[in-house]
Ligand binder design. Structure first.
Ligand code: GUN
Length: 297
């Protein structure tokens, strides 16, 4: 391997420390404790793990964590009533409804019922529009984490060629908007893109967010490029059991890239750290206090 490893786990710990310092100051100087409400509907095992981990880290940085666990067959009206209550609760500065929701619930309707100022996922249509037009918004956590790592590694991103593989609303599209805002030349590639390998080989920054295990191999990577792997896929090992891999074939890509994020330990830990950063930002804005530096887009 010749690439420098971008250690998302260590970087996320630094972000969480910064958040904790700001939270302590908010408490001491203003008597305010940021609060994050997480709503989980149903018993999806992966979602339960995420929610538990979010709750634990929220408390670790000194914030209040409010968990709301609802039955899988909860009526949409009851979920919307809970969101309305959280919207109007001054102790709650951030609201996250864990996705995916059970099939009978309309995800768009539910997400757009959250007060945009408390939408720490940045999924509300108002925040999507504000980000797309370069205005102050809440920014989705995963792309924000990727941006922080890229800025830390490169300093300025201005003029760099960036290719984002994947066009999801959660990662691909907001990632492209953030890179554009930092003056990259941005292309979004997807399943219908022609000669995707050649396109990716033009990229100084290559972000893989497609959900297909090890799709991006070393021959897609420009020598010296920075590769950010957003994928988390569980695959079977030849010798039995399973392991986590990204959307990038790490070994072949790391032999060509200048820098690369590992899976696990890259983008994943940064996502939760950015959720905490967004909750702090939402709390600061709600109280007309300065936003924490280096923790926003
Ligand atoms: N499920 C998987 N990732 C996420 C996320 O970032 N936010 C929410 N709300 N649900 C998710």
């Amino acid at each position: 391997m010749t690439a420098q490893l971008i250690d998302g786990k260590a970087f996320a710990a630094t972000v969480r420390e910064k958040v904790a310092t700001h939270v302590a100051r908010l408490k001491e100087e203003h008597g305010i404790t940021p609060g994050l409400a997480v709503v989980l509907v149903g018993e999806d095992p992966a979602s339960q793990v995420y929610v538990r981990s979010k709750g634990k880290l929220t408390v670790e940085v000194g914030m209040n964590s409010y968990e709301h666990k609802l039955d899988a067959d909860t009526a949409e009206a009851d979920l919307l009533a809970l969101i309305d209550k959280l919207n109007n609760d001054p102790a709650v500065h951030g609201i996250l409804v864990q996705l995916p929701l059970p099939g009978h619930l309309n995800e768009d309707l539910v997400i757009n019922a959250i007060d945009p100022a408390k939408d720490v996922d940045g999924f509300h249509i108002s925040n999507v529009g504000l980000l797309g037009t370069g205005q102050k918004s809440m920014v989705p956590c995963t792309p924000l984490g990727c941006l922080m790592m890229l800025r830390e590694h490169h300093g300025s991103l201005s003029g760099l060629n960036a290719v984002v593989v994947g066009r999801s609303n959660i990662v691909g599209k907001p990632m492209a908007n953030l890179l554009l805002r930092d003056s990259c030349t941005v292309t979004i590639a997807h399943s219908r893109t022609k000669d995707i390998e050649a396109l990716c080989r033009q990229a100084d920054i290559l972000v893989a967010a497609v959900g297909r295990p090890q799709m991006v191999t070393g021959d897609w990577v420009k020598p010296g490029a920075t590769v950010i792997d957003v994928g988390i896929n569980r695959i079977e090992k030849p010798e039995g059991g399973t392991r986590l891999v990204g959307d990038v074939d790490f070994d072949s890509a790391a032999a060509v890239a200048g820098a690369i994020t590992p899976v696990p330990g890259g983008v994943g830990p940064m996502t939760i750290a950015c959720l905490l950063a967004n909750t702090l930002t939402a709390c600061s804005r709600a109280n007309d206090l300065p936003e924490p530096e280096g923790l926003t887009a």
